[in-house]
Design a protein around this ligand. Structure first.
Ligand SMILES: *[C@@H]1O[C@H](CO)[C@@H](O)[C@H](O)[C@H]1NC(C)=O
Ligand SMILES: *[C@@H]1O[C@H](CO)[C@@H](O)[C@H](O)[C@H]1NC(C)=O
Length: 122
């Protein structure tokens, strides 16, 4: 009996783990980085990168960037306001596996958080 319960527990545990991995999706494979580029007029220039190391293509990528209004944007093609703190990345265009986007800005470093995206897995 004890053995049966142990086996049952193990099976349940594995099932839950698999579910956990599935629901995580690409989250842990989306790498956001911010590198210092230089100083312009006493202000820090940053290069923010988002790299998709997931096997899936990411569509309709949205980021939450609460302090984006307080920096000087250099290229707004890549990041455009959706609503509130939410920004569209690349106009919703696909970010393919093992590729990424970057945008540069001037000011204090941003708080960049993944808000939403759709995975297209082949
Ligand atoms: C920002 O970082 C990316 C990835 O490392 C690089 O490809 C890009 O050239 C950098 N942009 C600038 C303006 O340095
Ligand atoms: C902004 O980024 C887009 C896409 O990478 C590029 O085609 C365009 O030349 C950039 N514009 C500026 C002003 O850097």
């Amino acid at each position: 009996m004890a053995t049966f319960i142990k086996v049952l527990g193990l099976v349940l545990c594995l099932a839950l783990m698999c579910e956990g991995i599935e629901s995580l999706g690409c989250d842990s494979d989306i790498v956001i980085n911010q590198a210092k580029l230089g100083i312009i007029k006493g202000q820090q220039v940053w290069n923010a990168t988002l790299t998709n190391t997931c096997a899936c293509t990411l569509l309709d990528m949205k980021l939450s960037i609460p302090n984006f209004n307080y920096v000087i944007k250099i290229n707004t093609t890549i990041i455009s306001k959706s609503h509130d703190d939410i920004y569209d990345v690349n106009g919703g265009q696909p970010i393919y596996s093992n590729s990424g986007i970057f945008f540069t800005y001037v000011g204090k470093s941003l708080d960049v958080i993944i808000n939403d995206y759709t995975e297209a897995c082949s």
